[in-house]
Design a protein around this ligand. Structure first.
Ligand code: XLS
Ligand code: NI
Ligand code: NI
Length: 437
């Protein structure tokens, strides 16, 4: 096949002084940070749907990008051709992972059987390209939101047949993910929510979603798929309310349905801000509960209320993300998946490279900053000192369950009063972080 990205060769690390815009200034895959290669810390992944199926179309206008290799048809041959282009891109960019939905890679047929056959054919091509390049599948997923049959929901649809169709689709997508050696499988419930409560039975729908995920766990065991399951929280869009609205809602849901052992979360930056939280809040909440699995690395727009899926170029935010990850042992099965698209007006093929290079460099800087903050140790020491009263004496007795409420009343009656705590030192902490940027 002819080269798709002519004139663009392998993107290399050239350091911060390089004037070559198609090079990495900070991402140096083999550089060791805290005893591990940068590439192993960051585990970058390209999102097939944005980078190879995104056209620039939005609700107000049509496609702006033409992909010279795409013949515009819905054929399997076109899909297979696209696979080759995608792997040329992964190789030139130097990412080790990619993610896809079933319908991104292969066309939907007239019947489920035809769709499955299409997917099998494309999966063969994906497998060949993986073998040729060494690029791996970070996670697979099923698109349970684009087809009109899912307009009322998939697992939470009011029609049981739609639930059954969605189950069949997930079973197949999971089998293909296994066939491709994927390290994970993601559930993002784009339409698992509602438009109006006037036609919605919340309890029944959420129980159906719980049942759906239990069936997925059973199927996973049956087929011997060893990858990690993730739920990706998002509060709204396209639905008015999505049940998996944030990390805390997911944690409650997993507990209610006996799913805590089988699921971790895939935290997306822009979904956190849509939920009214910071990206770092969602990461730290998930880490606190022991359920951080993977990250959809992107960025929202403070002025807009929807998922703008911009590339993650905010160095401070990326540094805080990497600090959280390093403090919690880093990725096991997950990675940083660029669930991001170029702007509608970015129409050069090279823009796809610039976008990813920007995200990768900004995360490489974030990693180095996080490692420097950890090496210095001041933040950690200050955090420890803030909770020092719990490490000894009364605090320790309370934490280990040795005190009753009347014991505490007695203790305080005797003591008479108490101070608040040492200063929270909010501004000083912020200044310390800035010292490393
Ligand atoms: C949409 C989601 C989606 C998931 C995968 O907002 O981010 O792209 O990552 O279904
Ligand atoms: Ni996402
Ligand atoms: Ni998203």
């Amino acid at each position: 096949m002819a080269e798709a990205f002519r004139g663009i060769s392998k993107i290399r690390f050239e350091g911060p002084k390089s004037k070559n815009r198609l090079s990495f200034k900070h991402y140096n895959p083999d550089e060791i940070v805290e005893g591990k290669k940068m590439s192993e810390h960051l585990r970058f992944s390209v999102a097939y749907w944005h980078t190879f199926r995104g056209t620039g179309a939005d609700p107000f206008g049509s496609a702006t990008r033409t992909m010279p290799w795409d013949d515009g048809s819905n054929s399997v041959a076109n899909a297979i051709n696209r696979v080759k282009v995608a792997f040329e891109f992964f190789e030139k960019l130097g990412v080790n992972f990619y993610c896809f939905h079933d319908r991104d890679v292969a066309p939907e047929g007239e019947t489920l059987a035809e769709s499955n056959r299409n997917l099998d054919e494309v999966a063969k091509a994906l497998k060949d390209e993986q073998a040729r390049t060494g690029v791996k599948l970070l996670w697979g997923t099923a698109n349970l939101f684009s087809h009109p049959r899912y307009m009322h929901g998939a697992a939470t649809a009011p029609n049981a047949d739609v639930f059954a169709f969605a189950a069949a689709q997930v079973a197949k997508a999971m089998e293909v993910t296994k066939y491709l050696g994927g390290s994970g499988y993601t559930f993002w419930g784009g339409r698992e929510g509602y438009k109006t409560l006037l036609n919605t039975n919340i309890k029944r729908e959420m129980d159906h979603l719980g049942r759906f995920l239990q069936l997925a766990v059973e199927h996973k065991r049956q087929i011997g798929f060893k990858g990690q399951f993730y739920i990706e929280p998002k509060p709204k869009e396209p639905t008015r309310h999505q049940y998996d609205s944030d990390a805390a809602a997911c944690w409650a849901f997993l507990q209610n349905h006996g799913l805590t052992k089988d699921f971790k979360l895939n935290i997306e930056a822009n979904h956190a801000t849509l939920a009214g939280h910071s990206f770092i809040h969602e990461l730290q909440y998930a880490c606190g509960m022991g359920i951080l699995g993977s990250v959809d690395a992107n960025r929202g727009d403070e002025l807009l209320g929807w998922d703008t899926d911009q590339f993650p170029t905010n160095v401070l935010e990326n540094a805080m993300c990497m600090l959280t990850l390093l403090d919690n042992g880093g990725f096991k099965t997950g990675g940083l998946n660029f669930d991001a698209h170029v702007a509608r007006e970015s129409t050069d093929l090279a823009d796809l490279f610039h976008a990813h290079i920007g995200g990768m460099d900004a995360f490489a800087r974030g990693l180095k900053i996080a490692a420097a903050i950890r090496k210095d140790g001041t933040l950690k020491d200050m955090l420890k000192s803030r909770y020092a009263s719990w490490d000894k004496g009364m605090g320790k007795k309370i934490e280990t369950g040795k005190m009753t409420m009347s014991d505490l009343a007695q203790y305080m009656l005797k003591k008479g009063n108490c101070d608040a705590n040492e200063s929270g030192r909010v501004e000083l902490l912020e200044n310390i972080v800035n010292e490393y940027l």
